[in-house]
Ligand binder design. Structure first.
Ligand code: SAM
Length: 421
């Protein structure tokens, strides 16, 4: 291979195409395969930790075996194509139609008139869905659902696809083009960033979705879906709910126990009420009026309050103000405004601020957290933060005190407990 010396380092002038046609890491294959074999022998689906370990080894094996060219085709064609096909499937009700008659296998020629879609188009879309493992091929132009595609009929799982296709993905596709216009600076403005560039709008991501029915409702469903199966601070062994929140809380009828700021349609307060039904005090859900207006069902014991968190917090002296996946949506200066409004409402020695967010570890970040960070970057000019970044934001910029960061595992869904200094 031809080589050049540049700044004291030897660099390849040109990478031969043969590298792109060889497995990505052939030396890793035997170890990956052995790890999979060992773990699979005792696999028990109720052991989620083991399942994730096995999955990580299986992904490593695929990465090691694939050639760079195959990986490139997967990224550039297969994955955008399957996203497109699933989005169309959700939009036209394909997966729901496939559920009929006990989800038995269906012919394209029967589905197409039912869904009012050109049979040639549907056949091509379903063929790619099958090739990508989303549905199962049972014959020529005949398919049945599998666990994944059955789940797409659940709005909290399926609706993320049309939501982001309609009001998100273009910001990712155009991100590099946008970044070039800023000489590749990290975006820091929620009003003038990659999202506004891609969608030619002055609205922020949330306002854009809410202005384009049904994207707002689909986004609420997506929020309900992404949280499923993730660690929850409301469960035992994570955050001592009784000792740190309930014990010492006022019990008079006016007292507010928990204010969920930016709580969307109430997923978290609903979960809290179910898991801690005997806790005293009021539960208050705050979000923008258009979002609260989309609540389909929520216990009447949870109070709804329209509120813009960039303005003064109207509920004073609550036991705890709570924000879940809210601050990651905003750049530091906006977060400081939100935190300052909350701080002014807190009672010294009594109120807590509970921030439920990812705390990205300094190394070995999980792909779900880094993926969310890319979404934050492109959609909201914001970020997933490390412990040092959270500490800087909360203690230096907002002048609050972190009591403890409670860990859900690998920095996922941590609970940052704060109080007035
Ligand atoms: C990423 S979602 C998180 C929702 C919820 N906490 C959860 O974890 O499912 C952010 C929420 O902030 C709300 N939001 C955005 N801007 C807001 C504002 N200015 N005031 C109040 N809520 C706002 C959105 O409507 C959305 O429900």
């Amino acid at each position: 291979m031809p080589e050049t010396v540049l700044n004291g380092s030897v660099v390849l002038d040109q990478v031969p195409v043969s590298i792109a046609l060889s497995p990505n890491d052939v030396t890793a294959v035997p170890t990956c395969a052995e790890n999979i074999h060992a773990l699979a022998k005792t696999f028990d689906k109720s052991d989620n930790g083991r399942r994730l370990e096995l999955l990580a080894h299986a992904r490593s094996l695929v990465r090691a075996l694939e050639t760079p060219r195959e990986t490139m085709i997967k990224h550039c064609w297969a994955q955008p194509g399957v996203y497109m096909a699933i989005t169309m499937g959700v939009d036209i009700g394909l997966f729901k139609a496939m559920l009929a008659n006990r989800a038995c296998s269906k012919k394209v020629s029967d589905l197409a008139p039912l869904l009012d879609v050109d049979a040639f188009l549907l056949a091509r879309v379903m063929r790619h869905l099958a090739a990508m493992g989303c549905i199962r091929e049972t014959g020529p132009d005949e398919y049945e659902l599998n666990g994944f595609s059955k789940s797409l009929t659940i709005p909290i799982i399926g609706d993320g696809y049309p939501c982001l296709a309609g009001g998100g993905r273009a910001a990712l596709d155009k991100f590099s083009e946008y970044a070039a216009t800023t000489a590749y600076q990290e975006p820091r403005s929620a009003e003038h960033g990659p999202f506004q560039y891609a969608y030619n709008t002055s609205l922020n991501f949330f306002a854009y979705l809410q202005a384009r029915d049904p994207l707002g409702v689909q986004f609420n469903h997506h929020m309900g879906g992404y949280r499923q199966g993730r660690p929850s601070w409301m469960d035992g062994g994570f955050f001592p709910v009784y000792e740190r929140l309930i014990q010492g809380a006022r019990t008079d009828t006016e007292a507010v126990l928990l204010v969920d700021v930016g709580g969307n349609i109430g997923h978290d307060l609903d979960e809290f009420q179910r898991k801690h039904p005997d806790s005293p005090g009021r539960l208050v859900l705050q979000d923008l009026p258009e979002v609260l207006g989309q609540i389909a069902a929520l216990d009447t014991g949870i109070e709804r309050m329209s509120y813009d968190f960039l303005t003064e917090q109207p509920v004073k002296c609550a036991r705890a103000y709570y924000m879940h996946s809210v601050l990651h949506d905003w750049p530091d200066d906006t977060c400081t405004r939100i935190l300052t409004n909350l701080k002014a409402a807190m009672a010294p020695g009594y109120s807590k601020l509970l921030i439920n967010e990812n705390v990205i570890p300094d190394t070995q970040a999980h792909w779900e957290a880094t993926a969310l960070d890319m979404m934050m970057l492109a959609l909201l000019s914001s970020k997933e933060r490390t412990a040092a970044q959270w500490t800087h934001l909360i203690e230096v910029q907002a002048q609050l005190k972190i009591v403890k960061i409670w860990e859900g595992g690998n920095g996922v869904e941590s609970l940052i407990e704060c109080e007035l200094p």
